[in-house]
Structures are given as structure tokens and as C-alpha cells.
Design a protein around this ligand. Structure first.
Ligand SMILES: Cc1cc2nc3c(=O)[nH]c(=O)nc-3n(C[C@H](O)[C@H](O)[C@H](O)COP(=O)(O)OP(=O)(O)OC[C@H]3O[C@@H](n4cnc5c(N)ncnc54)[C@H](O)[C@@H]3O)c2cc1C
Length: 223
């Protein structure tokens, strides 16, 4: 028999799926509105900012703040107003009728809610290399708009050949000395417009038919 959670009076059952910046912002607002929300954290409590070191663009912080510290503070802020956290993932939903039904990974708990806010964000496709895991935040990044600033004036590489990779390469070309796009095929699978932009950009060069098997950085340099 499934345990039924979130059994408050009608109109007050708010469930938030995801505990990144979006989920926790929703939780703070809902909690301050007296809705006593429940946040299902998912398999990455705190979301993508848990993977980053310095966050420099969050308004209100004149000094950089570590991603995990920021997320911990956001979680405490949400808890202070009455948010409840469940460290599980959602694997099944039924939104065909009210109350909305949501089931956790373990399938032991069924959550009933009047409103469900989905804030499941995104996750990067990594190369799955041991060295890459070790160097995340120390020269290896999955987000050019977030971390590009740290690579100002440097030579960087982007792995991939689709729209996302080319978008990142174009963005980085404005900040860095040079961008090498490393692609496992002999042509880009990015859209024609993106391809042309990349080919026209004199800072971007290409390494075709190449698969990255190792990442490292020069001793003594952060990036
Ligand atoms: C390396 C890196 C550095 C970054 N640096 C910066 C920066 O300096 N400044 C900046 O503004 N942005 C930065 N970003 C971008 C920022 O992290 C994202 O914009 C932000 O995290 C998006 O927040 P979100 O809440 O939408 O989703 P996410 O942070 O992706 O969170 C998604 C949440 O959903 C949960 N979830 C997913 N599936 C389920 C499920 N089935 N059940 C339950 N929960 C689920 C996950 O566990 C997670 O908690 C960076 C990103 C990366 C990867």
C-alpha cells in the first residue's frame, strides 16, 4: 500500500519537482505565500550550481559565492518559511485529473497535489572521463556563458559538433584567444546558419574525426 503524502486542506497542496535555483525560488515564494510547499530534490539536490565553484553574477553578492554555499543558503531560506524537502526523484506522474498524482523513484510514496511546479532544469552531457571529473571547475566546464569569463584571453577547446557546441564556441570566441572545436565526425551536425557563423569566425578552428580520451592542464595554471 502506498503512503500518501501532502495531505493538506484543498488549494494548499503545492509540490515542486527539482531543487535547483528555479525550484527553490518557487519554494520560497510559495512558502511565503503560506502554501507550505514540498520540494522533491531529485538526484542532484541543489541542481547544477552544485557543480560550479565561483558564482559571480548573482545579484546581491558583491564577492563571488561558491555554488554549493549559495544553494545551501537558498535551501535554508526555503526551509525557514516552512518548505518541506524530500530527497527522492520522481519517476511517474498522472496529471489527467485532480488531485495531481506524482510517484517517487522508490514507488513507496504517492504524492497528491493541487499544483505541481516542474523545475527539473537540465544536465550536461559529459565525456565520462576520470580526468574530466577531476578537473571540473579547474579548467573543464559545461557552460560557456557561466564560466567563459574565467578563460578570458586563453586558448580553449569545445568538444562536440551540434548547435550547442557551436553556440558555446561562438560565445567563447568573444572572450578567448582561440577556440578549437573537436568533433568526432568529419562535418558539423549543427544547423547551416550556425555552421556558417563558425566557419566565418577567424578565432575558431576545427579538429575533425577526433575523440577526446584525456583532459589535463598545465601545472600551476588554474585554467
Ligand atoms: C559548471 C556550471 C557552472 C555554472 N555557473 C553559473 C554561474 O556562475 N552563474 C549562473 O547564473 N549560472 C551558472 N550556471 C547555470 C545554472 O547552474 C543553471 O542556469 C541553473 O542551475 C538552472 O537552474 P534550474 O533550477 O532550472 O535547474 P537545475 O539546476 O538543473 O536543477 C534541476 C533540479 O531538478 C531535479 N530533478 C531532475 N529530474 C528530477 C526528477 N525526475 N525528480 C525530482 N527532481 C528532479 C534535479 O535533482 C535538480 O535539483 C552554471 C552551470 C554549470 C553546469
Amino acid at each position: 500500500m502506498n503512503k500518501i503524502i501532502v495531505d493538506k486542506e484543498d488549494g494548499k497542496k503545492v509540490l515542486i519537482i527539482g531543487s535547483g535555483v528555479a525550484g527553490l525560488t518557487a519554494a520560497i515564494y510559495a512558502a511565503r505565500g503560506g502554501l507550505e510547499p514540498t520540494v522533491i530534490s531529485g538526484n542532484q539536490p541543489g541542481g547544477q550550481l552544485m557543480l560550479t565553484s565561483d558564482v559571480e553574477n548573482f545579484p546581491g553578492f558583491d564577492e563571488p559565492i561558491k555554488g554549493p554555499v549559495l544553494m545551501e543558503r537558498m535551501r535554508r531560506q526555503a526551509e525557514r518559511f516552512g518548505t518541506r524537502f524530500v530527497d527522492e526523484s520522481i519517476t511517474e506522474v498522472d496529471f489527467s485529473s485532480l488531485p495531481l498524482k506524482v510517484r517517487t523513484e522508490s514507488s513507496k510514496e504517492l504524492f497528491l497535489a493541487d499544483s505541481v511546479i516542474i523545475a527539473t532544469g537540465a544536465s550536461a552531457l559529459w565525456l565520462d572521463l576520470e580526468s574530466e571529473r577531476r578537473l571540473k571547475g579547474r579548467g573543464v566546464s559545461s557552460c560557456a556563458t557561466c564560466d567563459g569569463f574565467f578563460f578570458k584571453g586563453k586558448d580553449v577547446a569545445v568538444v562536440g559538433g551540434g548547435d550547442t557546441a557551436i553556440e558555446e564556441a561562438l560565445f567563447l570566441s568573444k572572450l578567448t584567444n582561440s577556440v578549437k572545436v573537436i568533433h568526432r565526425r568529419k562535418e558539423l551536425n549543427a544547423s547551416a546558419v550556425m555552421r556558417q557563423k563558425a566557419f566565418n569566425n577567424e578565432k575558431i578552428s576545427f579538429l575533425w574525426n577526433s575523440i577526446v580520451t584525456e583532459t589535463w592542464y598545465q601545472q600551476g595554471r588554474r585554467h
